[in-house]
Design a protein around this ligand. Structure first.
Ligand code: GDP
Ligand code: PGA
Ligand code: MN
Length: 607
């Protein structure tokens, strides 16, 4: 084999046969001009970003404002995840379930091979060894992304642990790695000039769960192209987790310390653009409570030796929604961003070489260059930054990062929040009656769609455990996995489950609850419920706070306004039931019985 090896592989920094032969196979298919093995070094990052600046993909920001930071502007048709073009190609259609697109794997492979054939012509093929989670975890989860985008390489260096150390460990331990293939689908003919954001109108984000492989074509956008994130750490990992007895979830994790110095770790599942990053970096508005960040998007959980649920964050960076992130709402994120070393995508540029987006500062700059490169003034009737514009920032730049982030075995989870974006019906916070009722809250979670995915915004849809676009297998099997796995935990140490909604509206249309830092009041109530210290009203859906049981010290709200945020409305809930029945009917036979029972119980209690 060695003698006939492709010339492009000369000088490869590895002799690991499974990797060499995959890289060779991909190079033969995609026909790049050259192969670059990514070492993850700072020198390499500098060189790549210099090249991206020269190519017009990146704009270097004013280093006095944002050191070592860049802005990228995508093709206007490549700004979000494409759920319609995302596929789970399991061998059997049944195993993809009704929440996923499916195509027969061999047929899909044929289609993809056609698309990838020659797709890297005129470009460099980057080989990016990466690990999700800790390199020294008991069972590290490796991947190798092949991509023809240097923007992807630079972003992956922020979002995951990548490079030489990872490659060495893969070789030394003869490890399995997820082959994750990415092409922007824009080959260059000899002499053809490149565009700043190459991509293809046709996009395919495809997962082969049994093979544990990923093929992504046509997009350069985060969730479609940084394959360690949603594609691996959620879709493929959820399948690994099902087979190996753990959980891969769309959750933030935060560490909460009470005035008595007791520590509680809280995991929370919210759909994309529904507040994970903001809650993870929360700046409490109440005295004596401290929040530290563990993770802002993805949480892997498994039961520990004592039957406690333990969580780790497999990522190394933040890929946060920019609009709405500001000095007023999220100073911790702003401080992390201001340290630099970040890549911004589709934000607006200020005249002094900085970035701006809606909600960053109270004062709106008099002049900006918007994300499309046009002049922008406050009179414009369009936003300056794209609603799904993002900042990509190393997680260790967060001052409030909990030291336990670096612990390979993670932390014990004491509470789980499920939350969505609902104008009505869902109170600010509801404590589940028990674990089964909590799973029901997760299974029936609903939210209005956001700009994080292509398509209409503001449509209410069911989003089980905030995993609707990310479950790599049948949704009913996924809920069964939750039920069965938690049966193996120590019942006394199972986290307590709460349903939250920061987005309820008043009759006048404004937010019923100020949110952001004031969500610490909800966290405090949840912890006090766990400790048996806070009052609540029992309702058909669970326990909601009495107005007096919430710490409202320093909050500028009347008791009536608080009541509007926390109130349980029986009429709204009776209107909700047909939607719940329809949702459960879609699972066919694969829904856990305990959930059907929960719905029956709820209907009875609602009368
Ligand atoms: P993620 O995608 O789940 O991480 O969501 P983010 O934390 O990035 O928030 C998405 C959007 O929701 C941003 O525009 C935030 O400003 C907004 N947001 C986050 N938390 C709150 C909150 O508590 N109340 C309100 N009204 N908006 C919020
Ligand atoms: P998020 O998703 O909004 O949950 O951070 C990131 C993405 O859509 O790629
Ligand atoms: Mn986020």
């Amino acid at each position: 084999m060695g003698a006939t090896r492709l010339r492009l592989l000369e000088g490869a920094p590895t002799t690991y046969e499974p990797l060499l032969s995959w890289v060779e196979e991909v190079a033969e298919l995609t026909q790049p001009d050259r192969i670059h093995w990514v070492d993850g070094s700072e020198a390499e990052y500098r060189k790549l970003t210099d090249e991206l600046v020269a190519a017009g993909t990146l704009t270097r920001l004013n280093p006095d404002l944002f050191p070592n930071s860049f802005a990228a502007f995508s093709d206007p048709a490549d700004v979000a995840r494409v759920e319609e073009q995302t596929f789970i190609c399991s061998r059997n259609e049944r195993d993809a379930g009704f929440t996923n697109n499916w195509m027969e794997p061999a047929e899909m492979k044929t289609k993809l091979k056609g698309l990838f054939s020659g797709s890297m012509r005129g470009r460099t093929m980057y080989v990016i060894p990466f690990v999700m989670g800790h390199l020294d975890a008991e069972d590290p989860k490796f991947g190798v992304e092949i991509s023809d985008s240097a923007y992807v390489v630079a972003s992956m260096r922020i979002m995951a642990r990548i490079g030489t150390d990872v490659l060495k460990k893969i070789e030394q331990t003869n490890a399995f790695f997820v082959p994750a293939l990415h092409s922007v689908g824009a080959p260059l003919e000899p002499g053809q000039a490149d565009v700043p954001w190459p991509c293809n109108p046709e996009k395919w984000i495809v997962h082969f769960p049994e093979e544990r492989s990923i093929w992504s074509y046509g997009s350069g956008y985060g969730g479609n192209a940084l394959l360690g994130k949603k594609c691996y750490a959620l879709r493929i990992a959820s399948v690994m987790a099902r087979d190996e007895g753990w959980l891969a979830e769309h959750m933030l994790i935060l560490k909460l310390t009470s005035p008595e110095k007791k520590v509680y770790n809280v995991a929370a599942a919210f759909p994309s653009a529904c507040g994970k990053t903001n809650l993870a970096l929360l700046d409490p508005t109440i005295e004596g409570w401290k929040v530290e960040t563990l993770g802002d998007d993805i949480t892997w959980m498994r039961f520990g030796k004592e039957g406690e649920l333990r969580a780790v964050n497999p990522e190394a960076g933040l890929f946060g929604v920019a609009p709405g992130t500001g000095w007023g709402t999220n100073p911790n994120a702003m401080r992390a961003i201001a340290k630099g070393n970040s890549i911004f995508t589709n934000v607006a540029l200020t005249d002094d070489g900085g970035v701006w987006w809606e909600g960053m500062t109270e004062e709106v700059p008099a002049h900006l260059t918007d994300w499309r490169g046009n002049d922008w003034t406050p009179e414009a009737d369009r936003p300056a930054a794209h609603p799904n514009s993002r900042f990509c920032t190393p997680i260790d730049q967060i001052d409030m990062l909990a030291p336990e982030y670096f612990a390979p075995n993670g932390v014990e989870v004491h509470a789980i929040l499920f939350g969505g974006r609902r104008k009505t019906t869902i109170p600010l916070v509801t404590q589940s009656r028990d674990w089964a009722n909590g799973i029901f809250m997760g299974a029936t979670l609903s939210s209005e769609t956001t700009a994080a995915a292509a398509g209409a915004v503001g449509v209410v849809r069911r989003d089980p455990m905030a995993m609707l676009p990310f479950i790599g297998y049948d949704a009913g099997d996924y809920l069964n996995h939750w039920v069965r796995l938690s049966g193996k935990g120590n019942p006394a140490r199972l986290p307590k489950i709460f349903l939250v909604n920061w987005f309820r509206r008043t009759r006048e249309g404004g937010f019923a609850w100020p949110g952001f830092g004031d969500n610490s009041r909800v966290l405090k109530w949840a912890i006090e419920r766990i400790e048996g210290a806070a009052d609540a009203v029992e309702t058909p859906i669970g326990f909601v706070p009495t107005a007096e049981s919430l710490d409202l010290d320093g909050l500028d709200m009347t008791p009536e306004q608080v009541e509007e945020a926390v109130r349980f409305d029986a009429d709204e809930w009776r209107d909700e039931v047909p939607g719940l029945e329809e949702w459960f009917a879609r699972f066919g036979g694969s829904l856990p019985l305990s959930l059907t029972n929960e719905l029956e119980g709820l209907k009875k209690r609602l009368g």
